[in-house]
Design a protein around this ligand. Structure first.
Ligand SMILES: Nc1nc2c(ncn2[C@@H]2O[C@@H]3COP(=O)(O)O[C@H]4[C@@H](O)[C@H](n5cnc6c(=O)[nH]c(N)nc65)O[C@@H]4COP(=O)(O)O[C@H]3[C@H]2O)c(=O)[nH]1
Length: 699
């Protein structure tokens, strides 16, 4: 190390080796320098002696002309406030260039406290200024991009608050300014995305990959309208890897999405009818197959061909043909449920996919509805047409495990339908087809039977345990087709119920039974109450009470001799309408009994609310008491229940002495069954009553 002789030397060396310029100047118009360090040459290009006492040039002149006022004002202000000053400005270098300097200094006061001089330090900051200026230029450039780009730009916190957004994003989302948008959002997750959970997916992707690309979502705008957006985003972390924020861009892709949707729709739909076309069929079939597998039920594929279409199209022209197809498409769509699909394959061929089928009967009913809908007469250009169709049906999984096979088999079945005379449907499965044929035939014959009055009633006596006398009879329907055996009600009541024919048949039973009861009274003097079964569908008829009232009026039967047997399951319907019907029937004066008691699913609560006169214990409990002692307990419980509610109890299906004895022993009120008599034809029943010692007492 060089040893300095004294402090003065060290001081001078330091001052003159400094990179900038140390100075002392007078506080005058020229900033007259009274001291400058050697750094002056480097800084200004002038030798120290050129500046000292303004010998060659004053420092005011060295100062860049446009900055002079600012420099003076800044120094002046600082001095007024008694502060040190600091100012950045430009100077004219002796070589003609202009350079940026930073000057820091403080005043020197005289004894009177007046500023007489300044001392300080001026350094070249050209390098820093250059950097600052290029930063500023870059900032301006990027700000311009941020503010003027068409894409939305955002920074958000990880928990879903906006930190920064640009004007484009604000506009895109329907806000007038970025500030309005930022303040309107409390939670991006809840307010932006239409699909719940979309923000979580976005965050998840960011967490996994640090960035997301082309993340497409439907989002809400301020006015709750929706747009499609595509987002690119990335995670910004601090040096320790903690998430600072997410940032990214947003593009409004609504126009593209709409266009894509339109194209997709066109590709998947028939342009004439608007129905899904062949392209969509396979997808739909696969979906429905998956659904059937999942819910362990069935689905059906119906291949439908219009019977007379070609003829109409060729003779009346394509325009009429087209109109007809449009009408048929609408009819088919309204004949099926919303979850089913109607597809136009081309020409006059349609495929209907029925899904979620638990009962094959539903398929029959749907097909029937479709046949009927198609066959309604129509008018095009003032001409009337009657068009029918032939339908072939295949059922999954019975008729094929894949879409192609199901379609092929439905097609085959459709040809069978054409051969079978059109305007019908055929099921591919032989066994089902046979069942269907039987059902359709039965329904047809049942309708005929009503026309031809082929029904008769048998009467089964009921006996009172206490008196041992006949205390009533149940009217039971039979079907007697001409020249054939009697048909049991078990074979046709269900179909009559499903098709609604029960309403006509039931009314006939009621009228005939009432007529018979009255006739018996008049002919024999015996007053036998007659019980009639009323099916659930009959019961739901709005005018049942009125119908019965009229029948009683016409037959002149005292209402107390008519008893209506309602199955327990009918009572499950506890709607106000139903209860109203029960009460209006009761008001008429007829008796009400619950049939097949013990087999239904109803709650016992109704027993106290409904005006019931009799419980009829189902024969399943009676028939097996010998083998199954628990049924004895059930019988006993029902009898006790009846007694405690003041309702009479009758047991049906009593066949043996053992059953008779047991029922009597537990206090059952009445019995009905083969033990005493089978249901008898009208004449025999009359004979039976007259010849039995226990006949009801003539009145
Ligand atoms: N094994 C056995 N069976 C006995 C005995 N005693 C009577 N039965 C039979 O049990 C059935 C009693 O009628 P249900 O429970 O109302 O059951 C009836 C009823 O639900 C329905 N039904 C009959 N006639 C009508 C009607 O006019 N209208 C409605 N809606 N349904 C009816 O058809 C069902 C069957 O009627 P049916 O074949 O006449 O059968 C009758 C009767 O013949 C016996 O000791 N042992």
């Amino acid at each position: 190390m060089v040893a300095f002789k004294n402090d003065k030397h060290m001081h001078d060396a330091l001052i003159h080796n400094l990179e900038g310029m140390l100075y002392c100047c007078l506080y005058d118009q020229d900033w007259t320098m009274v001291f400058v360090s050697n750094g002056c040459k480097e800084l200004t290009g002038y030798a120290p002696e050129d500046l000292l006492h303004n010998q060659y040039i004053s420092y005011e002149a060295v100062t860049f002309a446009e900055d002079r006022v600012m420099v003076r004002d800044t120094i002046q202000n600082a001095l007024t406030e008694g502060n040190r000053y600091e100012v950045e400005y430009r100077i004219n270098h002796a070589d003609g260039s202009v350079i940026w300097v930073l000057e820091r200094g403080n005043p020197i006061y005289n004894n009177a406290g007046m500023v007489i001089a300044l001392e300080g330090y001026i350094q070249n900051i050209a390098k820093r200024k250059g950097i600052e200026q290029s930063l500023l230029a870059a900032e301006l450039k990027y700000r311009s991009i941020f503010e003027n780009t068409l894409e939305g730009i955002f920074q958000t916190t990880a928990d879903g608050h906006y930190l920064i957004v640009n004007q484009s994003l604000a506009h895109m989302y329907g806000y007038s300014s970025p500030d309005e948008l930022i303040h309107a959002f409390n939670s991006i997750q809840e307010q932006l995305y239409v699909k719940p959970g979309r923000r979580e997916e976005f965050v998840q992707l960011l967490k996994e990959n640090e960035s997301v690309e082309k993340f497409e979502s439907l989002v809400y705008r301020k006015d709750k309208s929706t747009i499609w957006i595509s987002e690119n985003a990335r995670v910004v972390n601090d040096e320790s890897g903690n998430i600072l924020y997410y940032e990214g861009t947003v593009e409004n892709i609504t126009a593209r999405k709409n266009y894509e949707e339109k194209l997709e729709y066109q590709a998947m739909h028939d342009s004439l009818t608007g129905l899904p076309n062949r392209n969509m069929l396979n997808d739909r079939l696969q979906l429905c197959i998956n659904f059937a597998n999942r819910y362990k039920n069935k689905m059906a594929v119906a291949f439908l061909d219009l019977d007379q279409f070609k003829l109409i199209n060729d003779s009346m022209g394509h325009e009429v043909g087209d109109q007809l197809l449009v009408i048929m498409a609408k009819r088919l769509s309204s004949a099926v449920r919303e979850i089913d699909t109607v597809v136009r394959l081309g020409g006059d061929e349609f495929v209907i996919v029925l899904t979620n089928i638990d009962d094959t009967n539903d398929i029959f009913m749907s097909m029937q509805r479709i046949l009927e809908a198609v066959a309604v007469p129509l008018t095009i250009n003032n001409m009337d047409y009657l068009v029918t169709c032939s339908i072939g049906v295949s059922i999954y999984p019975d008729d094929g495990l894949d879409a192609n096979l199901l379609l092929r088999n439905a097609d085959t079945a459709m040809y069978k339908a054409k051969k079978a005379g059109r305007n019908n449907f055929q099921i591919y499965t032989q066994a089902l087809n046979a069942a269907l044929t039987e059902r359709v035939t039965l329904e047809y014959n049942l309708r005929q039977a009503i026309e031809l009055e082929e029904f008769i009633l048998h009467y089964q006596p009921k006996v009172d345990f206490a008196t041992g006398k006949v205390c009533g009879a149940e009217a039971l329907i039979r079907w007697q087709p001409e020249g054939q055996d009697l048909i049991s009600p078990l074979k046709f009541i269900n179909i009559a119920e499903e098709t609604g024919l029960i309403e006509t048949i039931g009314e006939w039973v009621l009228a005939t039974a009432c007529y018979k009861a009255k006739a018996l009274q008049q002919k024999t003097g015996l007053h036998v109450p007659i019980a009639v079964n009323v099916s659930p569908r009959q019961f739901r008829q709005s005018n049942l009470a009125n119908t019965i009232k009229k029948i009683l009026a016409v037959t002149q039967l005292d209402p107390s001799y008519l008893e209506l047997e309602i199955t327990e399951n009918t009572l499950i319907d506890d709607s106000s309408k139903f209860i109203e019907t029960l009460h209006s029937l009761k008001k008429l004066g007829v008796k009400l009994a619950i049939d097949d008691f013990g087999t239904g699913y109803s709650s016992l609560a109704y027993l106290k609310d409904f005006p019931i006169d009799r419980l009829k214990i189902d024969k399943v409990f009676v028939s097996s008491i010998e083998e199954d002692p628990t049924n004895k307990a059930i019988l006993k419980a029902i009898v006790v229940l009846g007694q405690s509610l003041g309702i009479e109890v009758i047991a049906e299906g009593v066949e043996t002495q053992y059953q008779y004895d047991y029922l009597k022993s537990i206090g059952c009120d009445q019995l009905q069954g083969y033990y005493y008599s089978k249901p008898l034809p009208e004449q025999q029943f009359e004979q039976f009553l007259l010849t039995q010692p226990n006949s009801p007492t003539p009145q």
